[in-house]
Design a protein around this ligand. Structure first.
Ligand code: ADP
Ligand code: MG
Ligand code: MG
Length: 252
């Protein structure tokens, strides 16, 4: 079964330490949520795990099924089964959505094991239908002119097509109306399996009404300061973050 372990991860941007020792342990089948106020390092964590060059990892370990991800380039991490849906997906001019997906899938499958065009198209059509996406999206340039909601749906489409082992969703609910949110959530829920783990980063509890986490972690000032079950997310929704700050004596 899949196992994703982050141990004592520290990371900096432009010499400023943002992540101050993060520990996470995700087993296949589990959904972990990370919640926290703005500016606490949630997106930094996602980017550092994915290997974004702007973030310098200064300490710690990241293992996916025993493999050390920190020694890998971004594309190697993706091939190893790590997937990140970003808070702000970038636009890529000149590459259609379908082309992008097909090369990403083939990169993940490896040489000699490429998906056939027929099978790819069949899968793409089925998943797009499931996500209630307009078929023309397959032929548009990646994220170019996509609305916020369309970009998010497209990230979920990528996840469903790539079948990663570990899925990181960063604020995938931001900018979604309730119908789009439900579609995104059902896409995620349909991908739940024993050999896949999820790390869902969200500022609001709303998404967690539709995707039930097994564990909820609260991040503040670059650290996970509290962990619990789904009831923790409900308390945060009702009472905000101040009670945790008081409990832990955090001054900001
Ligand atoms: P969150 O996702 O929890 O809102 P971020 O990880 O985006 O938080 O940001 C954490 C901190 O790192 C903030 O203080 C932010 O200003 C800083 N930061 C994030 N990205 C950069 C960057 N590219 N350059 C400089 N500082 C950054
Ligand atoms: Mg933010
Ligand atoms: Mg963020």
């Amino acid at each position: 079964a899949t196992r994703f372990t982050v141990k004592g991860l520290r990371a900096s941007i432009e010499g400023k330490e943002i992540l101050k020792g993060i520990d996470i342990d995700i087993r296949g089948g589990e959904i972990h949520a990370i919640m926290g106020p703005n500016g606490t390092g949630k997106s930094t964590l996602a980017s550092a795990l994915m290997g974004h060059p702007k973030y310098e990892v200064t300490e710690g370990e990241v293992l996916l099924d025993g493999e050390n991800l920190l020694e890998m380039e971004v594309d190697e991490r993706a091939r190893a089964g790590l997937f990140l849906a970003m808070q702000y997906p970038s636009e890529i001019t000149g590459v259609t959505n379908a082309d992008f997906l097909r090369s990403a899938i083939n990169a993940r499958r490896g040489e000699g094991n490429e998906i056939s065009l027929i099978k790819f198209i069949r899968q793409l059509e089925a998943k797009m239908k499931e996500l209630e996406m307009n078929p023309e999206f397959a032929h548009r340039y990646l994220n170019e002119g996509f609305s916020g909601g369309e970009k998010k749906r497209n990230e979920i489409l990528q996840m469903m097509m790539l079948e990663p082992k570990i899925v990181i969703l960063d604020e995938v609910d931001s900018g979604l109306d309730i119908d789009a949110l439900k579609i995104v959530a059902s896409g995620v829920n349909s991908m739940r399996s024993e050999d896949r783990g999820f790390l869902i980063i969200t500022h609001y509890q709303r998404l967690l009404n539709y995707i039930k986490p097994d564990f909820v972690h609260v991040m503040m000032q670059g650290r996970i300061v509290k962990s619990g079950g789904p009831e923790l997310a409900e308390r945060l929704e009702a009472e905000g973050y101040d009670w945790i700050k008081e409990e832990l004596g955090i001054v900001d």
